[in-house]
Design a protein around this ligand. Structure first.
Ligand code: GDG
Length: 725
């Protein structure tokens, strides 16, 4: 039976051994573990990952294995060396700082990279023990970026989703990594790649198009044989868990204890894992400035700061811990009183009851990371506010700021704004607090963790269906045999061949579109057969094609069907079309050329083309969209058509198209075998004009009117070679 396998670096359980050598299994209370519980605990489904423990004997290994098996989990065994180089090294000293925009902390260490590859392979080797081809695999987070591709190599058809829990950096940051291409290719082994925010997804797509040489169309990456969907899935929390915990008698009893100790002081709350991305020292400096600027709050407001120990064997973390200790000491030393501690600082982890009591007691949650994939603390605070009173101050740099726009949003680098935000929060009228929190609570309830899991899984199913629908149309072995048989049995064949992107590679050098020896040989053999009538049907002007095809027995349709030339004949115009419009449109194109270095205008007899293939990547696409909408407006009353092709925008008369020309050709040259192949949407008109029995083939894996798809120019050539052999 098909099953779902979750994979992450750590399992949702931690194994520890106590002093007596007895093993303890501590379940994770994290949101991800809860959310995915609905998935991995069902039926045959499993979660694969590391336990965080190095078994000391075979016996321990067996005990752990048995326990995990009952809980639908499977372990991946990591050695101390693996953890040092792969986890502490590549994951936390390369990917983490780069992805959080701290390039100065990155250690470009090849040994880390080798270990990262090795451990990703280790995960794959463990997984293959459990996988079958109809399973669904959901891989989590930056420690396993290479895993999707590794699984794909062994299971080409399997469903793979990947979710990145931390930010994906902009191209400018990501390209600093020497292993950038391998990392992208690793991810593109998935069918669905998910991020918390639209910006992360945009950054990823930009890196893919620039660094991985893959074609990106909106949210889809064409990965040779598959379409990969990239989307944003903002992760939610287990809302009811935090709301219920806040309402529980234990939490309320704990709150009373806290309140008694605080002696009526108002509370600002700060909770983070120890990490430079969380902005903890910056927050302390802002608190110091706040006390200085607003002495009216002295002895009235305390900052309760919970810092959860993390990665404290890494140099930057040790330094930051020291910095925090110093700052807390300095501020408490300067402002503290016998009956007031400005900062209550805890460097440890607290149980959920205490955490919930803190959420209840806090008037203000101060969540100001320098960069954060999402940040769940701010969401948990809002869910815990049963009376809807309380104010959230949230950094714009957290993914959650995109959803929680009713919080006070601030830039954590802006000290004055941080100070001002604290003052605004502490003086916000209760009605306004309730109003803001109501909106945020409604949204957090709806977009909770199980919603997140469902939406991700549904999208994975959806993209798989799209892939399957394309697969059905793929020109397979059997279709080829039918095609060849019908070709051989026919007496009069009409063969329409688009040129650029179909017979020759458009990329990387469209200027070198001249036919090479292989293509000339194919065309020669194809045209030598007296039963074949070959028509090159192209958007190009007449001159280059006439030159390149000289000596071959081919007909030609140029400029999308404006000009027709039968075999050995002379050029004829499809119809008299007006070209007065050029005088008006040319200056518009000129203005785009002068603003866009590298672009140029091609003047065809009855069309104008603005080329941008030599323009800086990104800028050309931007200008072409602008130009297209500019021209579409002008085109409406002038009976013109604006075509967006590969790195071109072409303007021509409406009545000229490849379909009309192909129809006319077929009428004059009836045949018992029709064949048409093309790669872009101007060829869709040709496909549409063909009889149902025709063999119409689209190059590329997009939807098309054609009956079949092939992947590349090489496939077209291979097919034509089979026909002439
Ligand atoms: C990564 C991304 C993204 C904290 N202290 C205690 C405690 N916590 C819990 C919180 C919260 C979790 O830890 C922290 O989650 P965050 O989302 O804030 O941060 P990261 O750990 O860095 O997580 C992040 C997340 O992945 C999910 O995709 O949001 O951006 O960096 O749930 O409640 N829990 C308990 N005691 C504590 O002392 N019980």
């Amino acid at each position: 039976m098909a099953k779902t396998i979750i994979v992450s670096n750590r399992l949702p359980v931690r194994v520890e051994s106590n002093e007596g050598g007895e093993l303890n299994f501590v379940s994770s209370e994290g949101g991800l573990a809860t959310g995915l519980g609905s998935v991995y605990k069902k039926g045959e489904n499993i979660w694969v990952g590391w336990t965080g423990y190095y078994p000391k004997s075979l016996e321990e290994e067996l005990i752990i294995g048995d326990y995990l098996k009952k809980e639908n989990m499977r372990p991946v065994a990591l050695t101390m060396k693996d953890v040092k180089l792969f986890y502490e090294g590549f994951s936390n000293k390369v990917l983490w700082p780069n992805f959080h925009y701290f390039p100065q902390y990155v250690e470009y260490n090849n040994e880390y990279w080798e270990a990262y590859k090795k451990v990703n392979e280790k995960f794959c080797n463990e997984l293959v023990k459990y996988i079958s081809e109809d399973d669904t695999i959901w891989v989590h987070d930056y420690q396993l970026l290479l895993l999707p591709e590794l699984i794909r190599e062994r299971f080409p058809k399997i469903s793979i989703g990947f979710f990145n829990h931390i930010p994906f950096p902009s191209y400018e940051m990501f390209r600093l990594l020497p292993w950038r291409k391998e990392l992208l290719n690793g991810l593109l082994g998935a069918d669905l790649v998910g991020f918390h925010t639209y910006d992360d997804m945009r950054h990823f797509l930009s890196s893919v198009s620039r660094l991985a040489a893959r074609s990106v169309k909106e949210q889809h990456v064409e990965n040779g044989e598959r379409i990969v969907l990239v989307d944003s899935f903002p992760m939610g929390i287990d809302y009811d868990k935090y709301a219920n915990s806040a309402a529980s008698p234990d939490t309320i009893a704990q709150e009373v204890l806290f309140r008694t100790s605080l002696q009526g002081k108002r509370v600002i709350l700060s909770i983070d894992r120890l990490d430079y991305s969380k902005g903890i020292p910056q927050r302390l400096i802002a608190f110091e400035a706040f006390l200085k600027k607003h002495p009216e709050y002295l002895n009235k407001v305390s900052l309760v700061m919970l810092v959860v120990p993390s990665r404290d064997n890494v140099e930057q973390y040790i330094q930051m811990k020291n910095e925090i200790d110093l700052l807390v000491g300095r501020i408490n030393g300067q402002y503290g009183m016998m009956d007031w501690t400005p900062i209550h600082y805890f460097y440890r982890s607290l149980p959920l009851t205490k955490l919930s009591a803190l959420y209840r007691i806090a008037e203000v949650a101060w969540v100001t990371p320098m960069r954060d994939g999402m940040n769940l603390v701010c969401k948990e605070f809002i869910a815990s506010k049963l009376d809807k009173k309380g104010v959230l101050i949230l950094s714009e740099m957290a993914g959650s700021a995109k959803e929680l726009s009713d919080a006070i949003l601030i830039n954590p680098n802006n000290l004055n704004k941080q100070v001002e935000a604290l003052h605004v929060a502490l003086t916000m009228p209760v009605e306004e607090q309730i109003q803001r929190n109501e909106i945020m609570q409604t949204s957090l309830k709806r977009y909770n963790i199980s919603h997140w899991v469902d939406v991700f899984m549904n999208n994975l199913t959806k993209i798989k269906k799209v892939q399957k629908s394309l697969e059905i149309r793929r020109l397979g072995e059997n279709d080829q045999n039918v095609l060849i048989k019908e070709y051989n049995n026919s007496h009069q064949r009409l063969i329409f061949l688009d040129y650029d992107g179909t017979l020759t590679h458009f990329f990387p050098k469209p200027d070198d579109a001249k036919p090479d020896a292989e293509l000339l040989d194919i065309l020669k053999k194809l045209t030598e057969d007296p039963r074949n009538h070959v028509v090159i049907i192209s958007g190009r002007g007449r001159d280059p094609l006439e030159e390149w095809m000289s000596g071959l027995r081919v007909s030609m349709i140029c400029e999308h069907g404006l000009w027709l030339r039968p075999i050995d004949g002379t050029w004829k115009k499809l119809k008299d079309v007006d070209d007065d419009w050029k005088e008006e449109i040319h200056p518009v194109l000129d203005s785009y050329v002068s603003r866009t270095p590298g672009s140029f205008i091609e003047i065809k007899d009855y069309s104008l083309v603005w080329h941008f293939r030599k323009v800086e990547l990104g800028l050309g696409e931007l200008r072409s969209r602008e130009l297209t909408s500019h021209l579409k407006y002008m085109a409406r009353d002038r009976h013109l058509q604006v075509l967006e092709g590969d790195m071109v925008v072409e303007i021509k008369n409406f009545e000229v198209n490849k379909g009309a020309a192909a129809k006319r050709w077929m009428k004059k040259n009836p045949a018992d075998f029709y064949f048409a192949v093309g790669d872009d949407w101007t060829d869709e008109d040709t496909f549409g004009a063909m009889p149902d029995s025709a063999f119409t083939i689209k190059v590329g894996v997009q939807n098309s009117k054609a009956r079949f798809n092939v992947e590349s120019v090489d496939d077209v050539r291979a097919l034509l070679k089979k026909l002439v052999s």
